[in-house]
Design a protein around this ligand. Structure first.
Ligand code: PHE
Length: 339
């Protein structure tokens, strides 16, 4: 083997690679030269028969040939790949209408919750949280709900077997947890899930979401509660909406009220949702009972406060004019995709 032979191999490589039309052919050429039994291996084996000097010189040449070959192969591979994608591009019909992307979004209850949070935050309220599994102290005793109170009945409360724990029946225990840890004055809202052992119908679910509100100051009255509620409704429904406070009873507030707004479904005319009253109750509220302050280690002679508990589902029903609460958790996309 001499120089000429190496040169003619080089020429052959050039020609063959130039002629290759597919990546497959290119791979075949590569194997033919670089494979175990390929031309380059054969050349390297022949080195053994040479003198040391010649071996060094020839070895260098063979290496150069190998580099040349690899370079050419890569270059051609790039070209062939480009062509392939070009051809595929030609197969692509840009006039075919695209597939519509389905974009997900937040659940309507989450949207409403965030809106409520935003409004109260703009009025200086912070957001507090508490556990969904509660003890009797926070869910009942501390809220001035005595052991014989009907709400404790198993027909309302879902008790857990262990350690007298239960699924909280309202978000009011967050009031207690917050006042145990923080000194007034304070303003919080506490959104969260609550659970009740109830049969479900168009207005009742056994799992619902509430938003608790609590404001404690040295001097504060029902007038203040009304002002905050009216500001909230104006921002939430983006218009002035009629609401009213009716006397009610909760063990943890005195006096107590329930808050109703004009039924948006029938605009106050009376429908099945508002039981023909024209109003829909959406919150309980009242002035914090002195015993509740005492149970949190606060002096009721020093502090006054009001609290409310909204049904988040009810708020959402009013905002979006939905007449069946069960739809929210039905996972029905025909319903959910409307928001
Ligand atoms: N916790 C009460 C309920 O679940 C609502 C409420 C909250 C009432 C705060 C008064 C004050 O019905």
């Amino acid at each position: 083997m001499n120089e000429d032979e190496l040169n003619s191999i080089k020429d052959k490589i050039k020609r063959e690679i130039e002629a290759a039309k597919t990546i497959n052919q290119l791979n075949q050429i590569s194997r033919g030269y670089l494979g175990k039994k390929g031309v380059i291996s054969r050349l390297l084996k022949e080195l053994k028969t040479l003198t040391k000097e010649e071996r060094v010189r020839r070895g260098k040449k063979i290496n150069e040939l190998k580099c040349f070959l690899q370079e050419k192969l890569e270059e051609k591979e790039g070209l062939l790949k480009k062509e392939e994608t070009k051809q595929e591009g030609a197969k692509f019909d840009i006039t075919v209408p695209g597939r519509k992307l389905k974009v997900g979004h937040l659940h309507p209850l989450t949207q409403v919750k965030r809106k409520v949070e935003e409004i109260f935050q703009s009025m200086g309220f912070s957001i507090a949280q508490g556990p969904e599994i509660e003890d009797e102290w926070h869910n009942f005793d501390a809220l001035n709900i005595p052991p014989e109170h009907p709400a404790r009945d198993v027909w309302d409360t879902l008790y857990l077997r262990e350690q007298k724990l239960l699924l909280r029946t309202h978000t009011s225990p967050v009031q207690i947890r917050y006042m145990e840890k923080h000194q007034p004055p304070l303003r919080i809202i506490a959104p969260g899930r609550v659970f009740r052992h109830e049969a479900t119908d168009a207005r009742h679910e056994f799992q619902l979401s509430q938003i608790e509100g609590l404001m404690v100051e040295r001097e504060i009255s029902v007038a203040n509660l009304k002002a905050v509620l009216s500001e909230f409704f104006r921002k939430f429904f983006t218009k002035d909406i009629n609401f009213r406070l009716d006397p009610d009873f909760f063990p943890f507030t005195e006096p107590s009220f329930n808050v109703s707004v004009t039924c948006v479904i029938c605009q106050g005319k009376g429908c099945s949702l508002c039981k023909k009253t024209g109003y829909l109750e959406i919150a309980g509220a009242g002035m914090v009972h002195p015993n509740v302050f005492k149970n949190c280690g606060l002096n009721p002679k020093e502090w006054q406060g009001w609290a409310f508990g909204f049904g988040l589902d009810r708020l959402a029903m009013m905002k979006y004019r939905i007449d069946d609460v069960r739809l929210f958790r039905s996972a029905d996309l025909r319903f959910l995709s409307q928001f």
